[in-house]
Design a protein around this ligand. Structure first.
Ligand code: AMP
Ligand code: GLY
Length: 432
C-alpha cells in the first residue's frame, strides 16, 4: 500500500528507513520530510500543510494512501487522527481526546490519581495564591509543569521555594508559555534514574515494545539546560531495567492506563511512550507521550527485526493480537549521538556546512539519521537545533559507542557540538 508519514526530524527519518524495508510498503510519502528522508528508497517528500486537515484527507484520496502514520504529538493533539478516521483512512496515532495524555499534564495526573497509577504527588493550579501556599508546604526542590504542550520546555525543576513561586507566577500570567501555562501542575521531585518505555495498543490489546534511555541535558555529565534529547541507547541499562521491572511497569502502569482510557470512553490507539523514574527499584510515571521518542526511536528502529508496517497497521486497525509473542528485537544494543548546532537549545545559526557525510558507511547497523539538514548545491547544510542523529548497533554497548563516535570523527562540522559521554552510566553500571 501507499503510506503517508507526517514529520521531518530524526525520528521520522528512522521511521522512514524502517517502513520502506517492509514489503507492505509500495510507496512512502513524507510530509514535509527532508532532503535526507527523500533519498531513502520508495520515498518522496510532499509539501503538504499538515495543519490543514482537509488538505491532508484530499491528498490521501488523490494518492491512494492506505495508511497514515503521525510522527509528532502536535498534529495528534490537533485531532488529525479524528479527521482521517471520519474518512475511513486508517491512522496510527490516538484521537484528539486520547492525545490529552500528552497534551495536558493535568489530565494525565488526574487519570493516575483516579486509577491508582504510581506517579509523583502533585496538585493542579490556575491561581498563584494557593499554588504558592502549596510550594511552601512541600518545599524545594520541587517541579513546576505547564499543563499544555511547550515543545519540551514546560518543565522547570526549581531548586528554591522562591524560584518555584516566580516560575509559577510567570507561567500563570501567560508570560512564559502563553495558553499552555494557564494551568500548572506542581509535583514532588523524584530522585532516581529515568527510563523510556514503549508499548503499542490497538485500543484493546497492549503489547510491550522495548526500553531506551535518553540524555536530556545539553552537556557531558548530565549538566546544562534541558533539551529534546542529546543521545539515547536501547535497551536500557540492564541492571536497572530487569524483566521483573518491565513486568511490573506493564502490570501497574501501562495496562491500568489502557484500561483507564477505555473506562473513560477514550480508547487509546498508538504508542505509549512512558517516561519513568526508577526510585530505589520502584517505577513512577513522570509523563506520557503519545508518539515515539526522538532520539530513542533511532536506536529502537535499528534493533527492530519485525515488520514495522505490519505492527503499526495492525495497531491502527484493531488487530494487534496477531503480534502477541512475535515482536522481535535484536538483542544487540544500539546507540545514537545527537550532533546539534552550537547554542542549542537556545539560539543557533543555520545553514552551516557539514562535510564527510556522503563518505560514511550506510548499513543496517550504521546510519546517520538527519534531524535538521538540507542539501544545496551539492553540500549538506544545517537547518535546525538538533541536526544529525548518528546511530550504530553492535554486540556490546562499548562497541556501539566506539563505532558511533568513530562515525562522528569522520564528520566535519565546525558549528556543531555533541556529548561525548552517551550511555556513561550504563557503561560504568552506576545508578544516579
Ligand atoms: P517531562 O516533560 O514531564 O518528561 O519532564 C522533563 C524532564 O524533567 C524529565 O525528563 C525529568 O528529567 C524531569 N522531571 C519531570 N518530572 C520530574 C519529577 N517529578 N521529579 C524529577 N524530575 C522530573
Ligand atoms: N526524547 C524525548 C522526547 O522524545 O520527548
Amino acid at each position: 500500500m501507499n503510506i503517508l508519514l507526517m514529520g521531518a526530524g530524526g525520528r521520522e527519518h528512522a521511521l522512514t528507513w524502517k517502513l520502506v524495508q517492509s514489503d507492505m510498503c509500495d510507496h512512502l510519502f513524507v510530509a514535509p520530510g527532508s532532503d535526507a528522508i527523500g533519498l531513502e528508497p520508495k520515498t518522496s517528500c510532499v509539501d503538504l500543510d499538515i495543519t490543514d486537515h482537509k488538505a491532508v484527507v484530499q491528498f490521501c484520496k488523490e494518492n491512494g494512501i492506505g495508511f497514515v502514520i503521525v510522527g509528532s504529538e502536535i498534529p495528534l493533539v490537533a485531532g488529525i487522527s479524528d479527521s482521517l478516521e471520519t474518512e475511513n483512512i486508517p491512522v496510527f496515532g490516538p484521537s484528539k481526546k486520547a492525545a490529552q495524555l500528552e497534551g495536558s499534564k493535568g489530565f494525565m495526573k488526574n487519570l493516575c490519581k483516579k486509577y491508582n497509577i504510581p506517579t509523583a504527588k502533585y496538585e493542579c493550579f490556575t491561581n498563584s495564591t494557593p499554588a504558592h501556599a502549596f510550594i511552601d508546604q512541600v518545599g524545594a526542590p520541587i517541579v513546576i509543569k505547564a499543563d499544555g504542550l511547550a515543545a519540551g520546555k514546560g518543565v522547570i525543576i526549581a531548586e528554591t521555594v522562591e524560584q518555584a513561586k516566580e516560575t509559577v507566577s510567570d507561567m500563570l500570567s501567560g508570560n512564559a508559555f502563553g495558553e499552555a501555562g494557564a494551568s500548572v501542575v506542581i509535583e514532588e521531585f523524584l530522585d532516581g534514574e529515568e527510563v523510556s518505555f514503549f508499548a503499542l495498543s490497538d485500543g484493546k490489546v497492549v503489547l510491550p515494545l522495548t526500553s531506551a534511555q535518553d540524555h536530556k541535558r545539553a552537556f557531558d555529565g548530565d549538566k546544562g539546560p534541558n533539551t529534546g534529547g542529546m543521545g539515547a541507547f536501547s535497551p536500557a541499562r540492564k541492571d536497572l531495567w530487569t524483566p521483573e521491572l518491565e513486568r511490573e511497569v506493564m502490570e501497574n502502569i501501562i495496562t491500568p492506563t489502557a484500561d483507564a482510557m477505555s473506562a473513560e470512553g477514550l480508547p487509546f490507539k498508538g504508542v505509549y511512550y512512558a517516561g519513568l523514574m526508577i526510585v530505589e527499584e520502584k517505577p513512577y510515571l513522570i509523563e506520557y507521550n503519545v508518539r515515539f521518542g526522538d532520539p530513542e526511536c533511532q536506536p529502537m528502529m535499528m534493533r527492530l527485526e519485525s515488520d514495522l508496517v505490519a505492527l503499526l497497521y495492525d495497531a491502527a486497525t484493531g488487530h494487534l493480537s496477531r503480534h502477541t509473542k512475535t515482536i522481535e528485537w535484536n538483542n544487540a544494543p544500539a546507540l545514537c549521538v545527537i550532533m546539534a548546532a552550537k547554542g542549542y537549545p537556545e539560539s543557533y545559526e543555520k545553514n552551516t556546512l557539514i562535510e564527510g557525510l556522503d563518505a560514511l558507511e550506510n548499513t543496517s547497523s550504521m546510519k546517520v539519521f538527519h534531524a535538521g539538514t538540507h542539501y544545496k548545491d551539492g553540500q549538506w547544510l544545517s537547518n535546525g537545533g538538533r541536526v544529525l542523529a548518528v546511530t550504530s548497533m553492535s554486540p556490546t554497548l562499548e562497541v556501539s559507542k566506539l563505532k558511533t563516535y568513530d562515525m562522528i570523527s569522520n564528520i566535519t562540522w565546525d558549528e556543531g557540538f555533541y556529548r561525548k559521554d552517551i550511555a556513561w552510566r550504563a557503561l560504568l553500571n552506576i545508578s544516579s
